[in-house]
Write a protein that binds this ligand. Structure first.
Ligand code: HEM
Ligand code: HEM
Ligand SMILES: [Fe+2]
Length: 448
């Protein structure tokens, strides 16, 4: 760690991981309801488990993005963070807002609108915290060195704030409501968050592969261009059945198909850099995440997204378990693995015990990734059966659900495996350090 204020990232990573653990707990509860419908019905209805699960995911990913930004910004900008005090303050506000939302949900206080259920005043707190974060990191950037990595990262973070503003606009006409709802939900994960993903991956690749910055920067600009070009009009794949004009059928189908390209480019980018790179970085676990993230993102977002993105296919699959399968693998590959990778890379340096508990971390990687893939397969099979029975044969929804029990049991089983892997990862991040720096490994240079 070259700069003192990089350590600001540590509490962000700790809070993010605590919320990740909670997210998984709510996922397990919701998955149990699928098998035993009355499970906890009196204490916590399914919709509350679900909203807690999805909101915790988004909140911890955002906190993870913030921590990652604080971690890399000093190295990229070659100066200390503008104000560490502001960083701790905005984390406290954000964590308080997230916790208040979560507690409120348990009492049934929410505004509906999937993912944007937070009550108005909590949205305001989130906005304040995020603006402090943007101010703090932008000031650091403005006064320091500008690189493609920190510029693209900040662009992604700023654009995320711009689209977040549409969360405050909730028209009473349901069709118009949905139209703008997707400006947050789709344009984040299939637009501006991709800029965050590409730049954070670029950072890991520069650090670990030793490839020239110029090469990485060129790729970065291409990926940014491709993401925005395809992702903006790709929103049309959510406008098929909400009362929007019919020209969205071809526009949505064509542009969302193009969305696969930036995800593919990121896989090629990562493997090519490691293949070209000369450096033998000691943190093998972080390398595994840096390669695994774009790979699983390509399958989850690219392949599983394409599966149901053409309007004449989506006509049948819309809102079935196929969607849930895609939602899980895409979020996991693109954003969960990204943050886990950054933490795997940064933690040994933040704790000054480089590298450590790598074997445990890599087991966590393989178990969690296989379990998420297995969960995706079970939900995909469930979705295909559901689509056929419900949308082709016209069977009643609940009757169809009773045919899908086996898949739901297997989904819960893979959820248990994810939980085991999460415990291993948390131990590898925060537990006592096991491994010493092997004498033969490359010495840590300032470039680490
Ligand atoms: C990392 C990137 C992505 C993430 C995190 C993601 C996540 C999600 C989630 C959570 C949903 C469900 C939304 C809801 O109705 O509540 C969804 C829907 C959808 N996604 Fe993605 N997605 C990503 C990329 C893509 C890509 C690249 C494509 C196309 C190639 C795609 C195609 C779709 C389609 C067509 C739907 C609507 C499904 C339906 O009609 O029920 N997604 N996505
Ligand atoms: C890190 C991994 C995980 C991520 C990124 C994730 C993400 C998501 C997302 C985005 C949704 C909304 C899906 C949609 O609207 O289509 C969702 C719903 C859900 N997740 Fe997860 N999840 C994860 C882990 C788990 C685990 C371990 C379980 C437990 C088995 C689980 C069980 C569920 C259930 C039951 C739902 C509700 C599905 C429904 O409404 O039908 N998730 N998750
Ligand atoms: Fe989308």
């Amino acid at each position: 760690m070259k700069y003192e204020t990089q350590k600001v990232a540590l509490p962000f990573f700790m809070v993010a991981m605590a919320l990740f653990a909670l997210q998984i707990v709510f996922g397990l509860l919701a998955a149990t309801v699928y098998i035993a419908p009355n499970f906890m019905a009196e204490v916590m209805p399914f919709n509350i488990m679900r909203v807690s699960h999805t909101n915790l995911l988004i909140v911890w990913l955002l906190i993870g993005f913030m921590g990652s930004t604080y971690y890399l910004m000093p190295e990229e900008a070659e100066r200390e963070i503008h104000s560490p005090g502001l960083a701790y303050l905005q984390l406290a506000i954000f964590a308080f807002a997230g916790a208040a939302a979560l507690v409120g949900y348990q009492f049934g206080i929410h505004e509906g609108r999937e993912f944007l259920e937070q009550p108005f005043w909590i949205k305001v707190l989130i906005t304040i915290s995020y603006l402090i974060f943007l101010f703090n990191t932008s000031m650091t950037l403005l006064k320091g060195r500008k690189t493609a990595i920190n510029l693209v990262l900040m662009l992604g973070l700023w654009l995320a704030a711009v689209f977040w503003l549409f969360a405050f606009y909730n028209p009473s006409n349901l069709a118009v409501d949905k139209l703008y709802w997707w400006w947050v939900v789709h344009l984040w994960v299939e637009g501006v968050w991709e800029l965050i993903m590409a730049s954070l991956l670029g950072y890991l690749l520069i650090k670990m592969s030793g490839v020239d910055r110029e090469v990485i920067e060129k790729w970065l600009y291409v990926i940014v261009g491709l993401s925005l070009f395809s992702g903006l009009l790709g929103t049309g794949h959510h406008y098929y059945w909400i009362g929007a004009p019919s020209y969205w059928q071809p526009i949505g189908s064509i542009f969302s198909t193009l969305e696969v390209i930036p995800f593919f480019a990121m896989v090629v980018f990562a493997f090519y850099m490691f293949w070209k790179g000369s450096r033998n970085h000691p943190n093998k676990a972080a390398m595994l995440w840096a390669l695994g993230c774009p790979t699983i993102a390509f399958f989850g977002a690219g392949v599983w997204g394409f599966m149901h993105t053409l309007s004449f296919i989506n006509y049948y699959t819309h809102g079935t378990q196929v969607t849930a399968a895609h939602g899980h693998l895409a979020f996991y590959g693109a954003y969960v693995m990204l943050i886990l990778g950054i933490i795997t890379y940064a933690m040994p340096q933040l704790r000054r015990v480089q590298p450590y508990n790598q074997v445990m971390n890599m087991w966590g990687f393989w178990i969690m990734t296989s379990a998420m893939c297995f969960m995706t397969f079970t939900l995909t099979f469930a979705g295909v059966v559901q689509t056929h029975l419900q949308r082709v044969l016209g069977m009643n929804y609940m009757e169809v659900q009773s045919q899908l029990d086996l898949f739901y049991v297997m989904r819960l089983g893979s959820g248990v495996a994810v939980t085991v892997a999460a415990v291993m990862l948390l131990y590898s991040f925060f537990g006592p350090s096991r491994e010493q720096v092997p004498a033969t490994s490359a010495p840590l240079t300032a470039a680490e």
